[in-house]
Design a protein around this ligand. Structure first.
Ligand SMILES: C[S@@+](CC[C@H](N)C(=O)[O-])C[C@H]1O[C@@H](n2cnc3c(N)ncnc32)[C@H](O)[C@@H]1O
Length: 253
């Protein structure tokens, strides 16, 4: 029987719950915190002929998120060889840089280009087709460098949709597993522990555990937490079934 990698899911406020995570116990912080974009959003776009276009409006996104607040705890729980990858937006990139660049050897960013962003119906500006991911680490960090041509700081995929996209609850910013797997593949090896203090419906956990990494996740909202737990547990059961099928080929009758 393949052993299920360690995981720990907690419901509550990560500002408090992070304090219970032991010092230097995390190999990668891979997270997608609030973007504070609520105040710029005009809300979902009403359509007569189809359901509204999602415009990433969420109540928790109105809360102030300050990267500097998280620096001491992120530094405390991260191993010296650890990496931080955090999705962010143009309005917070400078704040991340101001707080994290002085204390990490390297501060870089990646761009996630969405091939199918929400349309700009009034045609009065760019589509919001890019998201930023800040990355930082110290010398000696886990790093799986591929070919030069594979190491651009750019990922291109569609937004999360189809069967992968949860319908109930529908999370406005569910991230595609393809993007998360790429980041995990770059910055961890199997057996390492990944932490997401803003796990939403658990996408980081599904990706990490599916790749043999350990996972610790926290989510504030009860309905998202329950969905994350169910999704992660189901993905583990499916993996165990696939593994069992591979070991024990079904005999023809
Ligand atoms: C951008 S979403 C993450 C979505 C996630 N990547 C996914 O694919 O489902 C941010 C999440 O952080 C949660 N959140 C906001 N403040 C929090 C806090 N203080 N503690 C824990 N979770 C929080 C929100 O409820 C929201 O689900």
């Amino acid at each position: 029987m393949t052993e299920t990698p360690y995981f720990d899911l907690q419901q509550g406020d990560s500002r408090e719950l992070i304090k219970s995570i032991p010092d230097a116990s995390i190999d990668m912080i891979l997270t997608d915190p609030p973007y504070n974009l609520g105040k710029y959003s005009t809300g979902n776009i009403k359509m007569d002929w189809r359901k509204d276009f999602n415009n990433d409006l969420a109540e928790w996104d109105q809360l102030d998120f300050d990267p500097a607040f998280w620096l001491p705890e992120f530094q405390r729980i991260l191993k010296p060889t650890g990496n931080i990858f955090a999705f962010t937006s143009y309005n917070l990139l400078g704040k991340w840089h101001e707080a994290f660049d002085p204390v990490f050897d390297t501060f870089q960013f990646m761009v996630w280009h969405k091939t199918n962003p929400a349309p700009k119906l009034r045609k009065a500006g760019f589509l919001n087709s890019c998201e930023l991911i800040v990355c930082c680490w110290n010398k000696g960090h886990t790093w799986n460098f591929g070919k030069q041509s594979e190491m651009h700081n750019f990922i291109e995929t569609p937004i999360c949709m189809g069967r992968e996209r949860l319908k109930d609850p529908m999370h406005p910013t569910q991230k595609p597993l393809k993007v998360l797997r790429r980041l995990l593949e770059l910055a961890t090896v199997p057996g390492q522990r990944v932490f997401d203090p803003f796990m939403g419906v658990g996408s980081t956990g599904v990706a990490a555990l599916g790749m043999g990494r350990e996972f610790v996740g926290i989510e504030l909202e009860q309905n998202y937490f329950e969905a994350a737990k169910k999704r992660i547990e189901t993905s583990i059961t499916q993996q165990e079934l696939f593994a069992a099928e591979e070991r024990e080929p079904i005999e023809a009758e």
